[in-house]
Design a binder for this molecule. Structure first.
Ligand code: 13P
Length: 252
């Protein structure tokens, strides 16, 4: 881990209704009270955001929305805007998760528009990237993740890019129990940071946090987080229970 502040984020996906989400968040507050510098963020389903915002109030734990539209409002049935997420207490917007890309038709260009929309509303974008198993087997990892990254950043100014968080989530490691090895993860994180270093002033690559996601568990978190370019974790399944998520926070 570098001198970037570690960040451990929980993506609750379509789990935990408002009552359940508030219970997990309330249990998490004392369980991570001694986390030192490490930042903690939770991404509940949009309907559970207000309950979680209330449950973590005063704890320093921050909350994000899992998905936003790229427009501030209008005839877009069934979605949420960045400004509305901000209004109910979100600090973050998750953008480009592989489940959005694979199941809901999210495109690289759509990710770029949503990053711009999030920044305009004062949300911190957390941009997910990662290759499928076929792409890895075909030797396309670097090509895929740098293409996704370039599209996500578009024409943002360096000072805007510096505020972003990236999450490298190899699709084959999500929900499969098959995590990337620390060497495999570090290799891709280093690729992403090198790309930033080649395209922006040096402070940008130094500042942007790159989280790893994909079957992070209490038992493998410390080793992953000890890699120089891994600045934290985006945790799915193991974030749904306060004790396992707290153990990952303490591994940071
Ligand atoms: P799992 O930790 O369940 O593999 O999910 C990872 C993920 O998709 C986080 O966004």
């Amino acid at each position: 881990m570098s001198d970037r502040t570690p960040l451990i984020a929980g993506n609750w996906k379509l789990n935990l209704d408002p009552v359940e989400a508030a219970a997990v968040a309330s249990a998490l507050v004392p369980a991570v009270a001694d986390r030192g510098d490490t930042e903690v963020a939770l991404f509940p389903t949009a309907l559970s955001v207000p309950a979680v915002v209330q449950a973590v109030q005063g704890s320093g734990i921050t909350v994000g929305i899992q998905e936003i539209h790229d427009q501030p409002g209008g005839a877009f049935t069934g979605t949420n805007s960045a400004a509305m997420a901000r209004a109910v207490g979100c600090a973050w917007a998750l953008i480009g998760h592989s489940e959005r890309r694979q199941l809901f038709g999210e495109t690289d260009e759509g990710v770029g528009r949503k990053v711009t929309a999030a920044l305009a509303a004062g949300l911190l974008p957390m941009v997910c990237l990662g290759e499928t198993l076929d792409q890895r087997d075909a030797g396309q990892v670097e090509h895929v993740v740098t293409r996704q990254l370039a599209a996500a950043l578009g024409t943002l100014r360096p000072d805007e890019v510096a505020t972003l968080t990236l999450a490298y989530e190899p699709v084959w490691a999500i929900g499969t129990g098959r995590t990337a090895s620390p060497d495999q993860a570090q290799e891709v994180h280093a690729v992403l940071r090198a790309w930033l270093r080649n395209h922006y002033p040096a402070y940008v690559a130094d500042q942007v946090r790159v989280l790893y996601g994909g079957s992070v568990k209490p038992g493998n978190a410390a080793e992953l987080l000890s890699c120089p370019d891994i600045d934290g974790a985006l945790v799915g399944g193991a974030s749904l229970k306060a004790d396992s998520f707290a153990a990952i926070v303490h591994a940071a």
